[in-house]
Design a protein around this ligand. Structure first.
Ligand SMILES: Cc1cc2nc3c(=O)[nH]c(=O)nc-3n(C[C@H](O)[C@H](O)[C@H](O)COP(=O)(O)OP(=O)(O)OC[C@H]3O[C@@H](n4cnc5c(N)ncnc54)[C@H](O)[C@@H]3O)c2cc1C
Length: 392
């Protein structure tokens, strides 16, 4: 019979929830993780969801023993990043010049997810409940700082814990049950993703163009292939989704100034609507929010998962250092919320600011943003600072 009493219940086994479960392996806490969709082994095909993983996130995956289980032939290090403005301005960030081995790693989402799923199978302090989702959630003793959560699953099972962690993504069901406000601002854009084989070698360089029709990013993949994220208007998104594979490859190659020669579509285009999501507070007695449940950012800097994994690192630290405190204690959880606030606000402000700066068609602003980019590209210390920002 499955246990029903836990210290912590994590709801959602996306990358963020699964890494949290693995990172709490030696915490002495009794864990449950609830996920409606069991993770299947990946096929040989390239996944549509590709992530730029920062060295900090890669180190976390290594610490929990998952990095070494991933097929290293399918991971691509990024040695340089070339960012272009819409009037020819350019910044090149280079790992060698910055004195670091690489700026980031490019990985397929389903392979990270499966590696984590495998790692969780034999974790002694974890009960993995897949194929079920939450149907009811309430907390006892609402007026005290140490209350117990009761989670009812859609198959009728009842679980209880001192702490529930919402890792159930942007449309978090847990967040809604707790009555926590989430302010969503739609960018009226989607992120169109697809993978391509390219004629010329990419030399492990990520490329990004701030264009009139949106922000186009090419991330290097192993074997002379790239992954595209084109953040663009809803009308342009529909046109890209309706294009044949040949038309799509041609349009994407042209938009990237044919810098890698001809492209050939490997995986068809898919689109994700873009918005910024501001959530406050991210803790309550017996509740903590992590990952996209706690914040949504524009994908232009590829920071969504990385930001969520920095939540995980902080929450794990706080829970491991809890001493005699109950792990749903509000004072304890507020230490997590305070530590995360600066990073979340900064990442949201910078990505939102860049989106608006480059979305605006005012000619004066267009000139200024390109001058700013050129200046940043020429000043060594400023470039080093930009590299360090991409490394956390
Ligand atoms: C176009 C695009 C490109 C991106 N590129 C990058 C990138 O290069 N690098 C990067 O770091 N980020 C990137 N992101 C952001 C990234 O995809 C998200 O930040 C990340 O997936 C969030 O992970 P998560 O685990 O918090 O949530 P999710 O991945 O949304 O996982 C939530 C999990 O919760 C489960 N769940 C949902 N409801 C329930 C429920 N009621 N009960 C139980 N479980 C539930 C779901 O099944 C799922 O497994 C990109 C986003 C977009 C849109």
């Amino acid at each position: 019979m499955v246990k029903s009493e836990f210290d912590v219940i994590i709801v959602g086994a996306g990358i963020v929830g699964a890494v949290l479960a693995c990172a709490l392996r030696d915490s002495g806490l009794n864990l449950a993780l609830v996920e409606p969709h069991p993770v299947e082994p990946p096929s040989e095909r390239l996944d549509t969801r590709i992530y730029a993983i920062s060295p900090g996130s890669a180190a976390l995956l290594a610490n929990i023993g998952v990095w070494k289980t991933l097929d290293q032939r399918r991971i691509c290090p990024v040695y340089a990043m070339d960012v272009r403005g819409d009037q020819g301005a350019e910044i090149v960030l280079d790992a060698y010049q910055a004195g670091v081995p690489q700026l980031a790693w490019i990985l397929e989402g389903n392979r990270i997810q499966y590696g984590l799923w495998q790692a969780m199978q034999n974790q002694a302090n974890l009960t993995l409940i897949s194929g079920a989702k939450g149907e009811g959630l309430c907390w006892s003793e609402p007026s005290t700082s140490s209350r117990r959560a009761k989670l009812t699953l859609d198959d009728g099972r009842q679980l209880s814990a001192d702490l529930v962690v919402a890792a159930d993504g942007r449309a978090s069901w847990v967040r809604a049950q707790a009555g926590i406000e989430a302010r969503r601002e739609d960018y009226q854009q989607s992120g169109v993703v697809a993978n391509f084989a390219c004629e010329h070698p990419h030399r492990n360089m990520a490329r990004q163009w701030f264009r009139e029709d949106g922000i186009l990013a090419w991330l290097p993949l192993p074997d002379r292939a790239i992954s595209m994220v084109w953040s663009t208007s809803d009308a342009h998104t529909q046109a890209l989704l309706a294009a044949t594979p040949e038309q799509l490859a041609e349009q994407v190659a042209q938009a990237g100034r044919n810098s890698l020669g001809q492209l050939h579509t490997l995986t068809p285009a898919a689109a994700f609507p873009l918005s910024i999501l501001r959530v406050s507070p991210i803790v309550a007695p017996g509740l903590a929010l992590v990952g996209d449940a706690a914040h949504g950012v524009h994908p232009l800097s590829g920071q969504g998962v990385n930001l969520g994994l920095r939540d995980v690192a902080e929450l794990v630290k706080v829970l491991k250092q809890r001493g005699a405190a109950h792990c749903g204690d509000l004072g304890l959880l507020q230490r997590y919320a305070r530590a995360r606030r600066g990073d979340i606000v900064t990442t949201q402000t910078v990505t939102d600011g860049l989106h608006h700066l480059f979305h605006d068609q005012n000619p004066v602003l267009r000139h200024l943003r390109n001058v700013g980019m050129d200046v940043a590209g020429r000043i060594g210390p400023l470039k080093s600072w930009l590299v360090r920002q991409s490394l956390v």
